[in-house]
Write a new protein. Structure first.
Length: 335
């Protein structure tokens, strides 16, 4: 890749924006770190926007990052502070890879509706939105691979070991299948809806990944069995999904939840949310993402079916929920 680019922005351009969105893992979390396939869905309803502004004067520099996210009752809560380490690393990598020379003097604002520490791709959405904003501001014309690589700089810092599925899905419009480092769009044989329910408890992907790494180091046979079973669930679900057999896909989700629970990655709260979703008629339900808190995803068919499951989860637990639709469509290799 070239280390120098000619800017296409005008000299008076001082502000630019970039966008991304959240994601949910449907199948294969954690196992994907060990080479197993994983299936993720974009959550376009959970948007993230980065705004970057050139600054001048004695206080110029990356001096402030502002996060704006929904509060408990839909109100907006703002927290100001220093820029996170993973985004500082991203800025350094962007400066080096695009040949800008010195680190740019910027003010950065992140307006995100992706709740942090919930396994919904908050850090990847922040990073992708920021890269897109920087690309627009400096006219560096980054391609999709270059954007992905920069987002991964941030993700590796944030999580310790990042498969890349978050970095990919936060910029896609269709489901993403990651297999052996290769991405594709899986075939979807019937429309469906996913209900995402927030447990209200922060999860930690880095902690969960480290916990499994240590456990598997003590007993490699456990890792082999886990990866084998996760791979089987995901591949079977992909076949069922292509054929439009949604009840069978749902059963694979619930099987995967039990598998992850056996590793200590679920909590009483996420177990309860999955159980309530199933009681309300969901075709399947499971924890999603890193675990140790975070969110549960439930598979439903129609809008009415999704609303019924969402209402049951909210009424019985007070959980926040979001619903996303996935349309029937053919699969293909590559982005």
């Amino acid at each position: 890749m070239s280390t120098h680019r000619t800017s296409t922005t005008t000299v008076d351009q001082r502000v630019a924006t970039g966008e991304a969105h959240g994601k949910a893992i449907l199948l294969g979390e954690h196992a994907v770190v060990y080479g197993a396939p994983a299936l993720a869905l974009p959550l376009p309803e959970l948007k993230c926007r980065a705004t970057v502004r050139r600054t001048t004067g004695p206080d110029a520099g990356v001096s402030r990052t502002r996060f704006l996210a929904p509060g408990p009752h839909g109100t907006q809560g703002e927290a100001a502070g220093g820029i996170p380490e993973e985004l500082l690393l991203l800025l350094g990598a962007f400066t080096e890879r695009t040949g800008l020379g010195a680190s740019p003097a910027l003010e950065i604002r992140l307006d995100s509706h992706v709740p942090p520490c919930r396994g919904l791709g908050s850090s990847a959405a922040n990073a992708r939105a920021l890269v897109r904003a920087l690309d627009a501001l400096f006219g560096t014309c980054l391609d999709e691979q270059e954007i992905f690589d920069l987002v991964q700089v941030s993700e590796q810092s944030a999580h310790g070991s990042a498969s890349g599925i978050d970095a990919l899905t936060t910029g896609r419009e269709r489901p993403v299948l990651l297999t052996d480092g290769q991405t594709s769009t899986p075939a979807v044989g019937a429309d469906f809806h996913i209900v995402v329910a927030d447990s209200g408890n922060s999860g930690s992907t880095k902690k969960a990944v480290g916990m499994l790494r240590d456990a598997f180091a003590r007993n490699p046979d456990h890792r082999t069995r886990f990866v084998h079973r996760s791979t089987g669930f995901t591949r079977a679900a992909l076949d069922d999904l292509a054929a439009g057999h949604l009840p069978a896909v749902g059963r694979r989700l619930t099987d995967c939840h039990r598998l992850l629970a056996g590793l200590g990655l679920t909590t009483d709260r996420t177990d309860a949310l999955a159980r309530i979703a199933l009681d309300a008629g969901a075709l399947g339900a499971k924890m999603s993402g890193g675990g140790l808190g975070g969110c549960v995803v439930a598979l439903t068919t129609t809008v009415a079916h999704a609303e019924s499951v969402s209402t049951a989860l909210t009424d019985r637990t007070g959980a926040r929920t979001w619903t996303t639709a996935v349309a029937k469509g053919a699969g293909h290799d590559g982005p």
